[in-house]
Design a protein around this ligand. Sequence first.
Ligand code: ATP
Length: 278
Amino acid sequence: MTKIVIDNVWKEYDDRVVLERVNLALDDHEFLVIIGPSGVGKTTLLRLLLSQETPTRGRILIDGEPIAPEPTADRGVVFQRYSVFPHKTVLGNVMLGPQWAASPVLGRLFGARRRALEARAMGLLERVGLADSADKYPAQLSGGMQQRLALAQALIMKPKVLLLDEPFGALDPGTRKSMHELVHELWEENEMTIVMVTHDLSEAFLLGTRVIAVDRPRTDPQAPERFGATIASDFEAKIRAVRDSHRFESEREKLRLTLVSSHDLPADGPAVRALVKD
Ligand SMILES: Nc1ncnc2c1ncn2[C@@H]1O[C@H](COP(=O)(O)OP(=O)(O)OP(=O)(O)O)[C@@H](O)[C@H]1O
């Protein structure tokens, strides 16, 4: 179980403010979805949670402790572009992380420890529907299968936090739907917190227990880099209400239509309208 607190976080690159005053308290076992216009700073926020970047100001706490300054195994990540190793088999890819963690010099395990890891990796491949492809190489897999592999690769490290950066963005609609189901099931089975970035609003409301929109509340035409983005909307209450509804699908659609309707936008509507592509 993992709680995340983002406390007045800013991220600046030289004179350019990308994020400002980001505040968020995330409960145990949440599925947070981040939406927002292109280039606004969504990936930057994920990279801060991964410790690939450090805040210029503010702090991030995980379970009450300051976040580790370097990426750690308890924070897994899956990107839109497949991040698997092309020269390793499917099984080899899944075993790689634990092998490097246990044996940083050789990157290999032997004997009983190797067999135990292999059994665990095969169990996970079974879970994501890739057991029959264990001996294949990534180039022999479809896009959806490669994303399943990337998920297995992240999950074998038993992450407390799983970060997903548009993980379904490159997939066709059918594959996307089955990936939604898989990720939702894996989130329910594992006691982890998920933070996902997406451009797809219906995906956001389908999967998220909480959806936040990131946008720039202030702009200076003379100095476009002066102000950064922050959390412009937090749809937690609406999501909960919709999830509790017996007519989830139709309620979700109604909510979506409300958000895109120019007559009935929340006060921060322009930010949300800019997100809607479909
Ligand atoms: N290392 C860096 N140095 C300078 N600027 C950076 C750096 N990393 C990101 N940026 C800038 O920060 C801004 C936010 O980038 P980010 O990738 O977080 O946006 P995003 O919301 O994820 O975009 P998209 O939806 O297009 O993926 C961009 O303008 C980007 O150019």
